[in-house]
Design a protein around this ligand. Sequence first.
Ligand code: SAH
Ligand code: SF4
Length: 345
Amino acid sequence: MEKIDIKSLSFTELEEKLKELSLPKFRAKQIYSWLRKGVESFDEMSNLPKSLREILYNIFDIRGVKIKKRLESRVDNTVKYLYELYDGECIESVVMQYHHGYTVCISTQVGCRMGCSFCASGIDGLIRNLSASEMLAQVEMAGKDNGVRISNVVLMGMGEPLDNFENVVRFLQLVSDEEGVNIGLRHISVSTSGLVPKIYDLMETGYPVTLSISLHAPTNEIRNKIMKVNHAYPVETLLKACSEYTKNTRRRISFEYALISGVNDTDECADILAKKLKGMLCHLNLIPANPVKENSFSRPNDNKVQRFCELMKSKGINTTVRRTLGGDIDASCGQLRRKSKEEGS
Ligand code: SAH
Ligand code: SF4
């Protein structure tokens, strides 16, 4: 029988499980508290009798992440991890240092089924969803391995967070638990390629997370070519959901726009984009596209990126060009995992 993933359980669920096993209720508090402290084995739960630790070991497992590769950038302090999961699958995480503290970018799935044409994460499709505990373990390991306090989390690694909605919501509860890593929901960004019904579901949770939308194109004609999801949820449907989201939550949306040479970087694109975003409580992040070996896309030169940025600003859209971190260590998600698979390591 497969063991139960104990770290993904809420306190109430853990209490219930112990009850089912006829174990004393008061143990739930002790066990839960150890789990939130980030222990990696039941043996670390030193105030539990050995016999109980053995019972727990036979029924539950503590799903963590094992460092398979650690790459540290020479140009900035970015650290990229390739982690191995309990079943041998691999995921990526990146720790970045900003002036306001340390941010970790975590994966939410092994692979991704959205199939965006510029992205390395989706090339092999979806392998499986990550559990809440596997998402949490990435945050804990980022702090532990670097000896720092993580202040922000972005769900922008491998996978589509809203395609793993239940586990992501569970993760948000665990990561913001005061007994654990205790990261406030306002310091968490959830990025999506645009699964519209799930954007409404996220809004309904009332969680004050920041929503990031990977827009990447101002028209259906262009977006259809690079993002399959646009066929199901076209630009106007997506922007309507965004508009509702900001009205309901009063939180600013962050639009991500990867500039791809000759695809979405023209003055006309800037013009249409500005008209569509005008009046919305939002911020636009321009990202010069990261070249991926498996496709033929390239990024525009710096002048062109600056021009696009200035055009957007002149049209009243709050815009920045995202600093590229860890350019020397394949920091763009999905690339390290693919490389490792190809090398068979
Ligand atoms: N699936 C979610 C979150 C993970 S992808 C989403 O798509 O939003 C994180 C971000 O990286 C997204 O904005 C995605 O569009 C972007 N991205 C993926 N491949 C990229 C590339 N080659 N260059 C630049 N940005 C890329
Ligand atoms: Fe998936 Fe996001 Fe990559 Fe698209 S950009 S394939 S949604 S990870």
